[in-house]
Ligand binder design. Structure first.
Ligand code: HEM
Ligand SMILES: *C1O[C@H](CO)[C@@H](O)[C@H](O)[C@H]1NC(C)=O
Ligand SMILES: *[C@@H]1O[C@H](CO)[C@@H](O)[C@H](O)[C@H]1NC(C)=O
Ligand SMILES: CC(=O)N[C@H]1CO[C@H](CO)[C@@H](O)[C@@H]1O
Length: 313
């Protein structure tokens, strides 16, 4: 009898913990059209702006690597208080208005049900697929955080050695294999010249292809910090071309190029470059894994009504 009571007590304690996790189709009963609403907004934008995929991939990364995937990146600064958005490189994160659009559409159908953190995750997933990448099921049920502090933004910089960048990733439970495939997101999008100008000054970085050095000198000679594509081959497709390019000394940023050269990462790079199927499988897996970093679930955090502001207390 005593034993049963203890077991029952234990069961009741464990139950809420067991339920409080991400799962596939979390909104199936609370907001059945949630995933299709997000998908429609992304598709509409993609029709006129293929660069939205790069924007969302980068936003998702920056969100998940600062306090976990909790939409802390979306918070606008207020008069007295600054948010993550004002921190250095995060200044070039874009796509906030797409998240607002999807959120507004969701609020009109099922108010206060779908978190902003899940909107980022789902929108990124949909844009990857539209850009020719894999489609993957992604678990949902994230909750939105109530903290967004620029001092906590500690993202790796583009000139960090592979070993130091890896420290940031392993702190989040990511393996070297995960880090390499996730950096494969640089298969789309651009970097501003200021992030790689050191590699094209003078004779140029010896690990960069000479023709690329010459080309980038031209691009970056223009005023106002222009940008160049990260993938010199297929700049709008989510594919393994980026890995082929860096194996031919055609990486833009130091971190990208070093992936192909460093003994800890080059084996992964050559496998992803050689096998498009492996790239697709591993990219999808790693995106799901990144989307699970330090998520808030259950009753933690909140479901924001407006992704840019915390709910009033
Ligand atoms: C060591 C890790 C990483 C470093 C140092 C890094 C650094 C950077 C830098 C400096 C830029 C250029 C930003 C600009 O000029 O506006 C950039 C762009 C980008 N990053 Fe990363 N990144 C890393 C990992 C990732 C990961 C894990 C993802 C996503 C899974 C990602 C996705 C992107 C995308 C898609 C762009 C292009 C953005 C656009 O075109 O708007 N990056 N990254
Ligand atoms: C305001 O500052 C505090 C830390 O001082 C932080 O916890 C909070 O999330 C900040 N950001 C906003 C936009 O309120
Ligand atoms: C490519 O990767 C896939 C998926 O991991 C694997 O099944 C296949 O055997 C690989 N192909 C080659 C040629 O190594
Ligand atoms: C990618 C990158 O350059 N990260 C920067 C993010 O913002 C912090 C704070 O401003 C910088 O220290 C990082 O280098």
């Amino acid at each position: 009898m005593m034993r049963m009571k203890v077991m029952l007590a234990l069961y009741l304690m464990i139950l809420p913990l067991a339920l409080a996790q991400l799962k596939l189709g979390f909104y199936r009963s609370t907001c059945p059209p949630a995933e299709s609403i997000v998908q429609a907004v992304v598709r509409k934008r993609f029709d006129t702006d293929k660069s939205i995929t790069a924007a969302l991939l980068r936003m998702h990364f920056h969100d998940c690597f600062v306090r976990g995937c909790d939409a802390s990146i979306l918070i606008d600064s207020t008069g007295q208080n600054q948010s993550e958005k004002v921190a250095g490189p995060n200044l070039t994160v874009r796509g906030y208005e797409l998240i607002d659009q999807a959120k507004n559409a969701l609020e009109s159908v099922c108010p206060s049900k779908v978190s902003c953190a899940d909107v980022i995750t789902l929108a990124t997933r949909d844009s990857v697929f539209l850009s020719g990448g894999p489609f993957y099921d992604v678990p949902t049920g994230r909750r939105d955080g109530r903290i967004s502090n620029p001092d906590e933004v500690n993202l790796p910089g583009p000139s960090l050695p592979v070993s130091q960048a890896f420290q940031t990733f392993s702190d989040k439970g990511m393996t070297m294999d995960d880090m390499v495939i996730l950096l494969g997101a640089h298969t789309v999008g651009v970097a501003h010249c200021s992030f790689f100008s050191d590699r094209i000054s003078g004779k140029g970085d010896p690990t960069m292809d000479l023709a690329l050095v010459a080309k980038l000198k031209g691009v970056c000679g223009a005023p106002n910090d222009p940008a160049a594509f990260l993938d010199q081959g297929t700049c709008f497709a989510v594919d393994n071309e980026f890995f082929r390019q860096i194996r031919s000394k055609r990486g833009l940023m130091k971190i990208d190029q070093e992936l192909a050269n460093h003994r800890l990462s080059r084996g992964f790079v050559s496998r992803f470059a050689a096998n498009a199927t492996l790239f697709r499988t591993r990219f999808a897996e790693a995106m799901v894994k990144m989307g699970n970093i330090q998520v808030l679930v259950g009753n933690a955090g909140e479901i924001r009504k407006n992704c840019r502001v915390f709910n009033p207390k």
